[in-house]
Design a protein around this ligand. Structure first.
Ligand code: UD1
Length: 431
């Protein structure tokens, strides 16, 4: 298994190109199931999660073609064309779904188009139980009959789905996306209240509009969808990855560097950029993206609470914690989205961080410096927080289980090395 070796305490300087958002690309790819025409997605990131979903879609009968070139360098294949002329299977098997929870996003589109779907129930994961009850209840409200048997969600709507007024009891990105897609082909109007407003939900809504869907209230917490008989093909450019952006912004700040992040937008992530400013970084929108500098002065402790968009994203919680470990003063970090998202804490402690957990809050007392150590990645965002800590730490950090990183960060070590980081991927020989 590969590891990442970092020799830290070097400021990052340079430019990093931000890719398309993984969490936008995944639902967008499943939207291809809604039409027999071709959906073309540009600005596709190259990530293990994208391949996992592509394999699932192929199994449903989607023809997939990769094309085009990266605008910023020799990495070909930024344009993905998906054609679901015929649905070959409405079953999403356990072996594919268990690799990635977002696979459950095939449910809404399949039931809407084919009147049925059988999708393996995703299990728990490292950061919490993560049930899909909100997806299922909302689909039932659209008229689907749902049974859970033998580990599968068995959904049927032989006469099609019918619009309904759905009030989500809790904000859910995935449930909003699944049900918005389903409602595009339902009879009549669907209202989704307390809907998620994450930029990835908005990106999906814009793509569905381009495919002929009728959606009002995009970007707000109330979406109104009037069902149409059929959707058609479209071409859509995937929104920039705000989590990748935020991660590299924090890498610049934690190392006392100066980095321009290009191909991204500040308005996707104002809450995170505000926290960075409070912590002592200078953040300036530029023509091409965002510039993050911390050229003088220490980092300052600040309190952070994760919240649904437009609040501070839970997917940047581990990274901001790494940053605040070396800040002057104390910081309270509260996680309100997932119940078990502090797996990085024991690993950061091994690098010298002073962190105490109290339920859903972590009290971080800044230390003058971190020291390199062998550490283990536990999930996608936790693993990148260890990379950030390693970039700031004195000495050598060896992060193992980097397959977690490859699910969500494209060419991470190349991008950081180009800004002066001493970082490399090392292959471990078996035995
Ligand atoms: C998406 C993101 C993930 C991010 C999360 C929160 C993708 C592919 N993943 O995940 O990176 O961390 O949003 O911003 O876009 N919940 C239920 N029942 C449900 C659905 C959710 O109780 O049916 C709970 C979850 O356990 C969690 C909370 O609601 O505590 C929010 O989850 P949700 O917004 O649905 O996250 P995902 O869509 O799975």
């Amino acid at each position: 298994m590969d590891k990442i070796r970092i020799r830290g305490a070097k400021p990052l300087r340079g430019t990093i190109v931000i890719g398309g958002a993984k969490n936008a690309a995944l639902p967008l790819m499943t939207a291809s199931l809604l039409t027999e025409d071709t959906l073309t997605l540009a600005n596709l990131p190259h990530l293990a999660d994208i391949t996992t979903l592509a394999n699932l879609l192929v199994q449903h009968g989607v023809e997939i073609r990769m094309d085009g070139h990266s605008p910023n360098g020799g990495h070909a294949g930024r344009v993905l064309s998906l054609t679901a002329a015929k649905i070959a299977s409405t079953t999403a098997p356990y072996d594919l779904v268990r690799k990635m929870r977002a696979s459950v996003l095939v449910l809404g589109p399949l039931v809407a188009r084919q009147g049925k779907a059988k999708v393996s129930l995703p299990g728990g994961c490292a950061i919490g139980a993560r049930p899909v009850d909100l997806h299922l209840k909302a689909l039932q409200q659209l008229g689907a009959r749902i049974e859970l048997k033998e580990g599968y969600i068995d959904a049927e709507a032989p006469n099609g789905l019918t619009g309904a007024e759905i009030v989500f009891p809790q904000v859910s990105v995935g449930a909003t996306e699944n049900i918005m897609m389903a409602a595009t082909l339902a009879k009549g109007e669907t209202v989704l209240a307390n809907a998620a407003r994450e930029p990835e939900v908005t990106d999906l809504a814009h793509c569905l509009q381009a495919m002929g869907a009728k959606i009002d209230g995009i970007g707000t917490d109330t979406l109104r969808i009037t069902g149409v008989k059929a959707l058609h093909g479209a071409r859509h450019e995937i929104v920039a990855d705000r989590i990748e952006t935020g991660t590299y912004a924090m890498a610049a700040a934690i190392t006392g560097g100066d980095v321009e992040l290009v191909g991204t937008r500040a308005d996707l992530m104002n809450a995170a950029l505000d926290v960075l400013r409070q912590a002592g970084a200078t953040v300036t929108p530029t023509e091409k993206g965002i510039r993050v500098q911390r050229l003088e002065g220490p980092l300052r402790g600040t309190d952070v609470m994760t919240e649904p968009f437009p609040g501070f994203p839970t997917d940047l919680q581990a990274q901001i914690m790494a940053l605040l470990t070396t800040a002057d003063g104390a910081s309270m970090i509260t996680e309100t989205i997932f119940e078990n998202r502090f797996m990085h804490v024991p690993e950061l402690r091994r690098m010298g961080a002073n962190i105490n957990l109290h339920g859903s809050s972590a009290m971080v007392r800044g230390v003058p410096r971190l020291t390199g150590a062998p550490v283990m990645a536990t999930d996608l965002r936790a693993s990148v927080s260890l990379v950030l800590a390693g970039l700031a730490a004195e000495g050598e950090t060896l992060v193992s289980r980097v397959y977690h990183l490859d699910r969500g960060y494209e060419r991470l070590e190349e991008k950081l090395a180009a800004c002066g980081a001493d970082i490399e991927r090392v292959k471990e020989t078996a035995g």
